[in-house]
Every structure is written in C-alpha cells, then in structure tokens.
Design a protein around this ligand. Structure first.
Ligand SMILES: Nc1nc2c(ncn2[C@@H]2O[C@H](COP(=O)(O)OP(=O)(O)OP(=O)(O)O)[C@@H](O)[C@H]2O)c(=O)[nH]1
Ligand SMILES: [Mg+2]
Length: 449
C-alpha cells in the first residue's frame, strides 16, 4: 500500500537534496511534483489542494530557506501535513458505559464487511473483549452461514438465530439478549451489502441504529475502488451518520488515495485497515505512522505492535535478560525461530521497518520454512545439556545430532555457527532502542545472509 506514492515522494525529496540549497524555484518545482504524485495516487483534489497550500505556506518561510538541512525540513512539513489530513490522532473504538457495546458494520456489497467483522472480533478478543457476532444479512443465501463458519474457525461465538428468520432487527435484538445472558461485552452486527440509494435498505439500517444504539457505525470500504469508496462513505454518512471507516484490501491498493481522502471528505476517521484475506490481516489505523510509511521512513511502531501481539511479553522480557546475562541458549534460539513463524510473511514485516542502515540489507532476505524446520529438528535432537551448553557439542556429538535429525554434519555446523553469530548480534542490538524491541527477533533473518 502507498508504494507508488511513496516512491514518487521519495524521488522528489532526493531531487531536492541534490540541489544543495532550497530556492523559491526548486521548491516550486518540488511542490508541483508532490501535487502530481498525490493526484496520481487518486487522492481527492480538495485534499491535494489544501495540502499543497499548507506546505507552501510553511516551506516558503525565510526560516526554511536559510536552514542548514532544508530538505529535511520539507520532509517534516509534508509529514505534518499528511498527518493532519490523516487525522492527527489514532481514532479508537468507543465502547458503551453499559455493556454490551453494539457495533454496526455497514457498506456496499462485497466491500469486506463479513471478513472485517471476523477480523475485528478476533482483534478485540485479543485485547480483553468478549465479542458475540451476528449476521443480519437475511437477503443473500448463505450469508449468515459465512459468518458462522468464520466464527467456528476463530473459535468465537456467532449468534445463530432461527434459520428462516427474515427480520434483521429481530436477529440483532436476540443477539444482544444472548450477549447479556452469556456475559459478552460486545455485539458485532454484520449487515447485508447495500447502496445508499436503496431507501428500503437504508431505512433498515436506520431502524437497527435506533434499536441497538450502537457506539460505532463502521463503514467498510474497498480501498481498491479509490474515490468511489470515499464517495459512498460520504453518502452513507449523510444518510445514516457513520462513526468511522474500515478500509479493506489495502494490500491491493498501491496508490492509497482513499485512505488519504476519507477523513477530509467525510469528516469521519479511518479506524482500521484490512491488509489481506486472512483473519489477522487488520491493523488499527495510525495517522502518524502511515505518514511515515508514505514518506518511506518505515513503520517501526506498527511492526512492534505486531510483534507484541504475537509474542508473549513475559517471555520476551526473559529473553532480554538472558541476552544481557549471556544465558541465551539453543533452546531459546529454537523458540525464537518458532515465534518468527507466527509473525507472518517476512516481507510484510520488513516492509514496516525503516529502510535505514542494517535493515536495508535485510529487505531481500527470505526466511525459508524448510530451513526453520531443519533448525528446529537439529536442536530437538540435542540433549538438554547440549542445548544449554553449546560449547560441549564436539565432533562425535555433531555426528549423532545430524543422524538423529536426518541432516548432515555440515547442517549442524552451520546451525551452531548461526547461533553463535546470533548471540553476538543480539547482544549488540540489545543495547539501544532497536535492540530492546527488535533485537530479539532479528537473528533468524540475519542468519540467512
Ligand atoms: N485482499 C483482501 N481481500 C479482502 C480483504 N477484506 C475482504 N477481502 C475479500 O473480499 C471478498 C468479499 O469479502 P466479504 O467479507 O464477504 O464482503 P461483504 O462486504 O461481507 O460482502 P456482502 O456480504 O456480499 O456484501 C472476500 O473474497 C474477502 O476475502 C482485505 O483486506 N484484503
Ligand atoms: Mg457479507
């Protein structure tokens, strides 16, 4: 997502840097290029106009022209303006004072409502909530079934209701009753897809809104449809009053125009983005990090969050301590590698990291699943004593381990070498900020170098 825009903006900044000093002329040229880049990214013209005007006003000041690192200042100004249009603060979901909280999921057909309902339920259940999902799509055959299947896979409850129930309101009400009875604090209501011009269906949403009194009405929009997504969000907002937007299929949208326009056009914040078909492919939307991502500064924080969600915090802290005290054993090494697998495709993780220094070299590294399995097998074939004291693993032990794990002595040698390097590397990283957060994870990528 945002790749195209990001690439173009980075080129603008690179050209500016090449100029040495900022002048009115080259600044004008840069602004023109930024404007074109934004328009090409399908950002709403009003948003572009506003952003360019603001950047111009700030960047043309005397202060900037005489500054030591003008390009950096321009980057910062553009970044601040991007954040401004994206929403300044992360917009979190609101919950009812009296549970259960009702959240209504609405939008056009096929935009990703049902998928997002499942993703949101999973995401919120990981942050201490106990959601109950319900589909009130009584129109499309098997629509309710689709949500039930998702719920089963996620091991999260879905209110079933009578199979032949034709009244969405009745389904939503009984789901809420069930939530109260079973002590669930959240009811996620997945609705049927519709157009804002369909009066009957829009009135149905209105009735759901009146009866459920939801704290959130989330409009699910398909990012790939660009400005059409923004337009329909706006139209739904006018008719129904939405409270936020979930932008799906961001994984397929290299331009990002919808994300950059929604808030200015509708006045409502972007709350989540969907980044894939799988149930964990959802992220709370962070304006500041997104701005950094667009400008190519990476997204360390999103990365860290992903890590924290997937990795046991206590275990991570323990690992940190072990590293510092030099107690990082082969057992720990194996656990780290196993955890890496949980994080998902390496490329998507690396995409979030800043493209600076050492991390740049990691971009083309791929973790090979077979390699991971081999490492785990080798370590599994060691005795606990060997795992705790890698120094004792001599030639005959190496032969035995190779045999036991169905690998070669060469493989065992490589692994031990990688482990030793990792220990050293992690110790180096564990000093600074990056080390604290990322160091514990880095080793398996580094091994591949
Ligand atoms: N790549 C990608 N695909 C997505 C994302 N979100 C949803 N999809 C896909 O979009 C398609 C439609 O998703 P649904 O969740 O069924 O959409 P819906 O809005 O409930 O559709 P209706 O109920 O028919 O209106 C499915 O194939 C999903 O897998 C996303 O973030 N990324
Ligand atoms: Mg659906």
């Amino acid at each position: 997502m945002f790749e195209n825009l990001s690439e173009k903006l980075q080129r603008v900044f690179k050209n500016l840097r090449g100029e040495g000093k900022l002048t009115a002329e080259n600044m004008e040229e840069a602004l023109r290029e930024i404007r074109v880049a934004l328009l090409e990214a399908d950002v709403h013209f009003r948003v572009v106009k506003q952003l360019i005007a603001n950047v111009k006003e700030k960047a043309m000041g005397e202060e900037v022209l005489t500054a030591l690192s003008p390009t950096q200042q321009v980057v910062k100004i553009v970044r601040d303006e991007l954040i401004k249009i994206l929403g300044t603060h992360q917009s979190k979901l609101r919950f009812a004072n009296e549970p259960p909280t009702a959240i209504l999921i609405v939008g056009l057909q096929g935009s990703g409502k049902t998928t997002s309902t499942g993703k949101l339920a999973r995401h919120l259940s990981k942050t201490g909530h106990s959601p109950l999902m319900v589909s009130v799509d009584v129109y499309r055959p098997a629509a309710r079934q689709q949500l039930s299947v998702l719920g089963r896979d996620l091991k999260l409850p879905v209110y079933a209701g009578a199979p032949d129930e034709k009244d969405p309101l009745e389904l939503a009400r009984s789901a809420r009753r069930e939530a109260v009875q079973t002590g669930r604090d959240l009811v996620l209501v997945d609705t049927a897809g519709r157009l804002h011009i369909d009066d009957q269906l829009m009135e149905e949403l209105q009735r759901l809104k009146e009866h459920l009194n939801p704290t959130e009405i989330l409009f699910v929009a398909d990012a790939m449809t660009g400005q059409d997504a923004v337009k329909s969000a706006d139209e739904f907002h006018k008719r129904l009053g939405i409270t936020g937007v979930i932008l799906t299929k961001m994984d397929g949208d290299a331009r990002g125009g919808a994300a950059l326009s929604i808030r200015t056009v509708t006045g409502q914040p972007l709350k989540y983005i969907g980044t894939g078909e799988k149930m964990d492919a959802i992220e709370p939307f962070h304006p500041d990090r997104t701005a950094s991502r667009i400008l190519g500064m990476g997204d360390v924080l999103s990365f860290i969050e992903k890590v924290e969600e997937n990795i046991d915090q206590k275990q991570a802290e323990e690992m940190q301590r072990k590293l510092i005290e030099n107690e990082f054993t082969l057992d720990d090494f194996r656990n780290q590698i196993k955890q890496l697998k949980k994080l998902g495709p390496l490329e998507s993780i690396l995409g979030m990291m800043p493209q600076v220094g050492i991390l740049k070299d990691l971009k083309n590294v791929k973790v090979d699943e077979n390699e991971i399995s081999r490492i785990v097998a080798i370590i599994d074939s060691m005795t606990p004593h060997e795992r705790a004291n890698h120094m004792i693993v001599n030639g005959s032990r190496r032969r035995r381990i190779a045999k036991g794990s169905g690998t070669s002595v060469q493989d065992v040698n490589n692994l031990l070498k990688q482990y030793a390097q990792a220990r050293k590397m992690m110790k180096t990283f564990s000093g600074g900020f990056m080390g604290k957060k990322l160091g514990k994870l880095k080793l398996p990528f580094l091994e591949q170098q």
